[in-house]
Ligand binder design. Sequence first.
Ligand code: MSP
Length: 646
Amino acid sequence: MSKTYYLTTPIYYVNDVPHIGNAYTTIIADITARYHRLKGDKVHFLTGTDENATKVAAAAAEKGMDPQDFVDKLAAAFQDVWASLDITNDDFIRTTQPRHKDVVTAIFKRLMDQGDIYKGSYTGHYCVPCETFYADSELADGKCPECGREVTEVEEENYYFKLSAYGDRLLKYIEDNPEFLQPEAKKNEVVSFIKQGLRDVSITRANNGWGIEVPGDPSKVIYVWFDALINYISAIGYLSDEKRFNEIWPADLQLMGKDIFVRFHSTFWPAMLMALDLPLPKTLFSHGFWTINGEKISKSKGNAISPAKLAEDLAAESGASREVCLDAVRYFLAREMTLGMDGDFSIKIFRNRFNSDLANDLGNLLNRTLSMLGKYFEGVMPDYETFGGGLADKIAETKDLAEKYCDSYEFTKALEAVWNMIGAANKYVNDMQPWVLAKEGKNAELGGVLESALEVARAAAIMIKPFMPATAKEIAAQLAIADFDNLLWSNITDADPFAKGTKLNEPAPIFPRLPKQKKEEAEPKPKKEKKAKVPEKKPLIPYDVFAQLELRIAEVKQAEKVEGADKLLRLIISLGDEERQIVAGIAKYYEPEALVGKKIVLLANLEPAVIRGVESNGMLLAADGVNGAVVLTPADPDTPAGAYIK
Ligand code: MSP
């Protein structure tokens, strides 16, 4: 019996209901869990709530509530949201549950007995919203380096975890296990963080009446991160059901946002596991952050979008079912942002994808083939000639490709592969002109064309099951696929799924096209397709001529229009240790605000020039795109400003 595929999300702080940003972690985990079930794997998918944080007591007090009542209410709200999003977690752990608290206490005792925890005195800074301790040197202008808020000075006698003893072992483990920390850029950050030298961590706080008490010292509670990380093992039977624990641990995938990857999940957590002599998870994966229309999601800005509300609004507008609209949100989140990178959510792009990928490509394939089957053969598969135009190969190829990408958590690419197959089938139908075949009475050929296209629709339905479960089901119902719930990934290439005589159902559009947005939100009119200008070929140059160019990454700090010059923007850019002013001729293509915060590619050693009275010290590089200039940016937005390009 193969090992259970075990995956986890972080456990959420119970302050607010999830928005599109933190729901992303859970939705990607859900897609992964469903994908593995579809492959026939035994899966255990865990999520939950982190309830012992210092800020909980304060938030409860503010509402005049008892902290336990407060967390009970919010944890229930979280579970309701996940249920309404059809998240298929197998368990939900709450850190106020005895099954968790008992394990935390037992682990604390054990590590104390073996000398990994000791008592000492601590002076430093604590950021309450982030629940993180910082040394003087780590603060940014005296504030929290993560969220920029005020920190509190703390001087306490505390218990420490000997993190410093694990640096070398961690580095060796990371080096020996290339899959352990992903993506690569984040792994490098962890390695630098560890190489700077690890300090022991204070793992207790003064007891303010909330949290897990330190065994034998009721004046203290256990630091919330030490407590919270343990959920990943307390929930599956560590120290309570060793048999179950051994079937499930180590985790195959632990997924979390980049804010809690380096310090907590990739350093502290594996060191705790090493101290407990437990194997480490196979992969810790850091995903990027969503912004909304270029802005950070924040309560104060009031810009948080709830995925459930988004789906409901869309359903009300389009007439599609709520479940299918929810699928559209899941599809967008998985398709639009490469796992590991940051991404921006905009309703406009979401609506575009809904219309183009879902209504046009997928919807059309199903609709037109079923309509023609109805029109020409009364919905019953005729005797047909297998033509296929290579579509059978395309299905097999896509199955392998999408599997490879899903196995390596490259969901964007997996979906691209599936849509590429759908595109090939739509093109095939166009090329074969079945309506002409019908006119000419070539029924066997016509049947062959429709059957081939329907096979692609069937294959797509299975492949998108993890991403869009309700849609997949709906497609399967229209295609009259028997026992669809029990089909596995391996069934994608089943031979001859639509045998002669099979009765298929009437088509019903799953994704009605959305109308253009109201005027005030309207998108700019798509510009006429223009071909990019092709400059004349330039002569070859030796490498040392290229090497004279100082190409560097820079971050745009400020941007504004140059008065009296409608093509020019004045940018203040940072090269890490130096700020400069440059002028760029891109004002027609970019709003100044859209560039602030962006990383660009700079030719840094171009002679200074004065353009329209403004001095420019370097040149921003842009490509000649179809609709004008396209600013070049590094594929990994975390590339530091100042980095050299070789
Ligand atoms: N309680 C801790 C985790 C403890 S795990 C042992 C915590 N909770 S959280 O509620 O603040 O965050 C939960 C998850 O949401 C994290 O993975 C975080 O990175 C993610 N996100 C929060 N805002 C986000 C975006 N705007 N975009 C993407 N993910 C975001 O941290």
